[in-house]
Ligand binder design. Structure first.
Ligand code: ATP
Ligand code: MG
Length: 305
């Protein structure tokens, strides 16, 4: 549905993107994950036709954004990172403005406005000015503006930034529902757990380059990220070390052992050997491989504001 090839863009001396490639299939929620300044908004803006690329191509539903921009925009919705709403206008008036830009008018515009207000749960506040809205309500309205023309593809640039967990879950549900109704989504976020929960595939971008992409399982494999297993008990390192050949031990002390274990079978093998040797184990805790670990391995940084 979306095909991005060799995208490059610089702003003066700043090389914001250098050779970004990815493809998003129909009905997918594709996660775009990266730290501040990685190039997420630049990529989204180019796909949306709001910004020209220096080189590379973007095709949406087979159409080239550079040649067929107007047609692409008809099937594309954008939810910008910076909230694009008029504070003095009501929610309804804001939506009439955005719907009008997408070419909706009259009864159709009024109907679609009601539809999206309902989706984001703002029908009862539709006639209040946006300046009276909370941050989470503004985010929801911002989202509804990207949905008003019933796009096939939606580009979401950090749509849950700075809002509470409840409102975030609500927005994730809206996106899931949209996708189960046939939409395709590109979802940019700082929140790793959102990407884990929501996205079928994820790309990790830093310094304008995609470092890795794939399903969560593929990324975990690629980064060689395993489960971290901690075992405690009344044992000495001399007792257990012969049983752990081939396992990466991160920390070893009498009575405590922390290991990196790549997969399920290695995990049950190692624990099985400890148990059958009669090692007195009190507690075993397992931390599953996470996107956070993959992210840190690939970028060398944590993904936090
Ligand atoms: N209009 C612009 N003029 C100059 N530099 C820009 C402009 N837009 C982006 N940049 C630069 O391009 C790089 C990528 O920025 P971009 O906004 O795409 O990052 P991002 O991944 O969206 O970051 P964030 O998580 O902070 O939103 C940054 O170094 C940024 O300073
Ligand atoms: Mg951004």
């Amino acid at each position: 549905m979306i095909e991005v090839r060799g995208l490059a863009k610089s702003f003066g001396d700043v090389q914001a993107l250098s050779g970004v490639d990815f493809a998003v299939g129909e009905g997918e929620i594709f996660g775009f994950l990266g730290p501040n300044g990685a190039g997420k908004t630049t990529t989204i803006s180019i796909i949306a036709g709001l910004l020209g690329a220096d080189s590379g191509t973007v095709r949406v539903n087979g159409m080239d954004i550079a040649k067929d921009g107007t047609r692409v925009r008809q099937i594309l919705g954008v939810v910008p990172q910076d909230i694009a709403l008029y504070e003095e206008l009501t929610a309804r008036e804001n939506l009439h403005f955005w719907g009008g830009l997408y070419g909706l008018a009259g009864k159709k515009l009024r109907g679609e406005t009601d539809r999206v207000l309902e989706i984001v749960g703002l029908s009862d506040r539709a006639d209040d000015p946006v300046r009276e809205y909370s941050g989470g309500m503004k985010r929801r309205l911002n989202l509804s503006a990207g949905l008003i023309h019933g796009p096939k593809v939606i580009l979401l640039d950090e749509p849950t930034l700075g809002i509470d967990p409840q409102a975030r879950l609500n927005i994730l549900d809206i996106i899931r529902n949209g996708v189960s109704g046939g939409m395709t989504a590109v979802y940019t976020t700082h929140y790793l757990e959102e990407a884990e929960k929501l996205c079928s595939r994820i790309a990790i971008i830093d310094h304008g380059k995609i470092l890795a992409q794939g399903t969560l399982a593929e990324l975990v494999m690629l980064a060689g990220e395993g489960s971290v297993v901690t075992v405690t008990g009344a044992f000495s390192s001399a007792q257990v070390s012969p049983l752990l050949k081939g396992i990466t031990v991160e920390h070893f002390g009498d009575g405590s052992l922390r290991m990196m274990i790549p997969g399920r079978s290695e995990l049950s093998g190692a624990l099985g050997r400890l148990f059958s040797a009669g090692i007195p184990i009190e507690d075993v805790s397992i931390r599953e491989p996470s996107l956070e670990g993959v992210f840190m391995k690939l970028t060398g940084r944590e993904l936090r504001d």
